[in-house]
Design a protein around this ligand. Sequence first.
Ligand SMILES: NC(=O)c1ccc[n+]([C@@H]2O[C@H](COP(=O)([O-])OP(=O)(O)OC[C@H]3O[C@@H](n4cnc5c(N)ncnc54)[C@H](O)[C@@H]3O)[C@@H](O)[C@H]2O)c1
Length: 330
Amino acid sequence: MTPKRGKQILYLTQKDVVAAGLGPRDVLKLVRTALTQHGLKKVEMPAKIGIHPLPDTLMHAMPAWAPGVKACGIKWAECFPDNYRFKLPQTSGLMVLNDPQTGWPVCIMDAIWITAKRTPAVSALACQKLARRDTTEIGIAGAGVQGREHVQVLPLVLPKLKKIKITDRFPQVARKLVADLQPTLPKVELVPCEKPEQIVRGSQVVVTATAILNKPDPQVRDRWIEPGALLLPVDFDSYWEWKTFKRASKFLVDSLAEMQYFMTVGYLAHGLPKLHAEIGEVIAGVKPGRQPKDDLIIDMNIGMGIEDVVVGLEVYRRACRKGLGRLLPL
Ligand SMILES: NC(=O)c1ccc[n+]([C@@H]2O[C@H](COP(=O)([O-])OP(=O)(O)OC[C@H]3O[C@@H](n4cnc5c(N)ncnc54)[C@H](O)[C@@H]3O)[C@@H](O)[C@H]2O)c1
């Protein structure tokens, strides 16, 4: 069911996007392609622009074009941390995919699923290049959508992983995550923790997926961090002391241009430490990953439109093949 060029678009609900049937390894492969293209500077992706209706909220326009895979479009993504008051996830979004030959829109799809899946895929690919090879324990702060997705994807890339510790500002949320997901992960012990210290001490990788704050509210004392740890904040510097950031052997981001944009609208008040690389450059092999002399490594990824359009194009293609979604007139 392919839309008639210039006459129709395909509309995909979240249910349709899920039914397209991409598995975690498909998403890892697609995200690796997106990051590699980004690292080789073969994409067009201006830094996102945004509006901020309430304090600590954001709505972002994320256009991207990957000529190598002919993926182009734009994600309109929202993050409202207080949405729990309305019993809604904080992250939402829609994506428009376009035909690169005519420019015409071909598909509008829910982007919540793609955001949920591509973000931990970036963390997982970063682990392969930047984590200690002997990683046995991970800590995760934030047991929401991203916490759940990271718990499911990181074991795929860390063969020696034995334990994942999870904390949340609402302890029952971390306990529920463990109760729900432990049966699906027989080889890894999931442990709900009350305090940030418990998830950080002894962990070779720590992911933070809490809330992006204008002004950081550090929850982790630098001295708790394991030698040679890899920190993967997907929520900026919100959870960390600046002195931790400053002492990293290697500091990476996904897109420097994105970070510079965020600084213009009041985030990252301390600025950034000296940059080793963008993560795509490491994935593409242009810059080195972890080296023997490295201690702490931090890779702070805020998410890039290029990941969304590359994954979104594959969702669209599969949806067309499977007859999913609804054709709408333009
Ligand atoms: N970098 C990226 O590509 C990317 C993509 C999606 C989401 N995010 C960010 O990841 C974060 C989580 O997103 P989500 O969709 O999982 O949200 P969510 O609302 O589903 O989950 C967030 C969880 O974090 C918990 N939390 C909030 N503040 C906390 C704190 N100080 N300490 C401990 N727990 C805390 C909440 O109780 C909630 O359970 C947000 O900051 C979001 O903006 C980043």
